[in-house]
Ligand binder design. Structure first.
Ligand SMILES: Cc1cc2nc3c(=O)[nH]c(=O)nc-3n(C[C@H](O)[C@H](O)[C@H](O)COP(=O)(O)O)c2cc1C
Length: 225
C-alpha cells in the first residue's frame, strides 16, 4: 500500500462544504492504485444518489484494465487522464429503465419501510405514464440521474482524499463500443470521471459574481448576495 492510500484509509473524511470548495478538475494522476475497500466505498456513495422515482437508471462502468483504458483514452480525444488514473467511471444512462421490471426497487421500498403497498401500486401506473409522457426527453431525463450520481462521486472522492475530472470530451459511439454497448440504442453516455491521486494540484479558475447568473424570482433580477 502506498503512503497516499495508507493516509486515505485513516484520515477523517472532509466535510461536504470543504470537499466542494477543494475539488478541482485534475488533469494528471499518479499511477497509485485505489485500495479495493476505498473504491467500494466510492461506489456505495455514488449509487446513494437520488433518481427520478428511484429507478436508478444510471449504468456505471469502472474502466480499470490497461487495454480498456487505452481504448477509452482514444475515444476521448486522447485525454491522458484516462490512462493515468487507476480507474475511470463511465456514467451511462438507460433511457428505457422505467419501462423495465422494477420489482426489486418496489420490494426494497416496501421492506425498508420507505414506501407502502399503496405507494407501489401508484408507482406501477405513474412510472410508465411518466415515461411515455417524456417522449424524446427520455434520454435527457436518464442523463440527469446519471449526472447527479457523478456529482456524488466527485464530492465523495474529494472527501476521501482522491481527485477527479469531469469529462465531456469524448465521442459517444466510441465510448459505447469500449464498454460493449455499441448495439444498445437506448444507452446514453453522460460523463466520464477518472478517479485517482493527483500528480499535481490545479488552481481554481474562479467563478463569476452571483449577479452574472443567479437571479431572484425572475431572470434579469440579479441576486446580489
Ligand atoms: C460537464 C463537464 C465536462 C468537462 N469536460 C472536460 C474534459 O473533457 N476534459 C477536461 O480536461 N476537463 C473537463 N472539464 C473540466 C472543466 O474544464 C473544469 O470543471 C472547469 O474549468 C472548472 O474547473 P474546476 O473543475 O477545477 O473547478 C469538464 C467539466 C464539466 C463540468
Amino acid at each position: 500500500m502506498t503512503i497516499s492510500q495508507e493516509r486515505n484509509l485513516h484520515t477523517q473524511p472532509l466535510d461536504v462544504p470543504s470537499a466542494i470548495v477543494q475539488r478541482r478538475s485534475i488533469k494528471s494522476f499518479k499511477p497509485d492504485a485505489i485500495a479495493p475497500e476505498l473504491l467500494r466505498r466510492l461506489v456505495e456513495l455514488t449509487v446513494a444518489a437520488p433518481s427520478s422515482y428511484n429507478i436508478q437508471d444510471w449504468r456505471i462502468v469502472l474502466v480499470q484494465d490497461d487495454a480498456q483504458k487505452q481504448a477509452l483514452c482514444e475515444a476521448s480525444w486522447n485525454q491522458q487522464q484516462v490512462i493515468q488514473a487507476p480507474v475511470t467511471f463511465v456514467f451511462a444512462a438507460d433511457s428505457t429503465a422505467g419501462e423495465g421490471d422494477l420489482t426489486p426497487i418496489y420490494e426494497q421500498g416496501i421492506s425498508s419501510g420507505a414506501w407502502t403497498e399503496g405507494t407501489v401500486e401508484y408507482f406501477k401506473t405513474a412510472i410508465p405514464q411518466h415515461q411515455a409522457g417524456l417522449g424524446d426527453k427520455r434520454r435527457e431525463y436518464a442523463i440527469k440521474d446519471a449526472v447527479i450520481a457523478a456529482v456524488h462521486l466527485t464530492l465523495a472522492a474529494e472527501s476521501l482524499g482522491l481527485s477527479t475530472c469531469y469529462m465531456n470530451g469524448w465521442i459517444e459511439e466510441k465510448v459505447k463500443a469500449v464498454i460493449g454497448a455499441e448495439n444498445d440504442p437506448n444507452l446514453a453516455i453522460a460523463l466520464l470521471i477518472p478517479v485517482g491521486y493527483a500528480a499535481e494540484p490545479r488552481k481554481n479558475p474562479g467563478r463569476l459574481p452571483f449577479s452574472a447568473n443567479v437571479f431572484v424570482d425572475r431572470m434579469g433580477n440579479p441576486y446580489e448576495g
